[in-house]
Ligand binder design. Structure first.
Ligand code: SAM
Length: 244
């Protein structure tokens, strides 16, 4: 990726093509075999640094047709789901594939993510994104409405659909004992319905979280936060399966 002095960023593949930017054209053929971290110039002489994109950069720049799970929430969800190398997990609905990719990275090459989506156009987009990131072989993409239930029993489930309270029984049936469930909802009304269903359906250790992240400007003489912040993304609900 190219990062200019004004902090604007462009993610691209070094494939010989030219990339148009507001600072001039980047000729990617000039970057072949050059080390990451080097400084280069556009055709108008504007400087940029070539960096290897981090996964978080890919998420911010990814092609999306749905709301995605934001990086500020993603890391915490992975920890609370306790997803690790070799695990089997369910992701529903897969949407644009952001959280699915995070799960696929966490389960490693020995694990699997079973990713459910009811709309074909979103499933295709998720497939495209996962292929681009080299994660497709860790994911089983399923075009299926989760009201019909899941086909696997797994270590953890991540649920990101508009009406999650309708699928709590399906989640219970597909989790191992003490397995972890994470649900995201943008509104408190949804949270209320979810918690009610979790309590009625054998879930335990229920927690509700919201993460507030504030970024700071990097001027040492005037160290202060940015004026604007992403104040709200979603509430995160976590629960664990116990036997009745
Ligand atoms: N977590 C995704 C990400 O990080 O990119 C975004 C998920 S998006 C907000 C919600 C998705 O759930 C949509 O793509 C929608 O089509 C899908 N969905 C909604 N209800 C569903 C159902 N009953 N079965 C399967 N998928 C469903």
């Amino acid at each position: 990726m190219a990062v200019f002095e004004d902090e604007s960023e462009f993610i691209f593949t070094v494939d010989g093509k030219q990339i148009g930017t507001h600072k001039g054209i980047i000729k990617t053929e000039e970057l072949v075999d050059k080390p990451f971290g080097g400084t280069f110039h556009t055709h108008t002489g504007q400087k940029f640094v070539a960096l290897r994109p981090r996964f978080v950069d890919e998420i911010y720049h990814m092609k999306r047709k749905t709301q995605i799970v934001y990086p500020k929430d993603m890391g915490f969800i992975l920890l609370m789901l306790d997803v690790k190398e070799g695990d089997k997990v369910i992701d529903a609905g897969v949407g644009s594939g952001a959280m699915c990719a995070a799960l696929a990275r966490a389960v490693g090459s020995c694990g699997k993510v079973f990713a459910y989506e009811k709309r074909e156009e979103f499933l295709k987009l998720a497939e495209e994104n996962l292929r681009k990131w080299g994660l497709l072989d860790r994911v089983v993409l399923k075009l299926k409405d989760i009201s019909e239930g899941f086909d696997e029993v797994v270590d953890a489930i991540f649920l990101d659909v508009p009406d999650p309270w309708n699928y709590i029984r399906q989640c219970y049936d597909s989790l191992i004992g003490s397995g972890n469930l994470a649900i995201v909802c943008p509104t408190t009304n949804q949270v209320q319905q979810v918690v009610d269903e979790l309590q009625k359906n054998g879930f335990f250790q229920i927690e509700i979280w919201e993460s507030l992240f504030r970024q700071y400007k990097t001027n040492p003489e005037r160290l202060r936060p940015f004026d604007r912040m992403v104040a709200h993304t979603a509430y995160m609900i976590f629960a664990r399966k116990k036997y009745f």
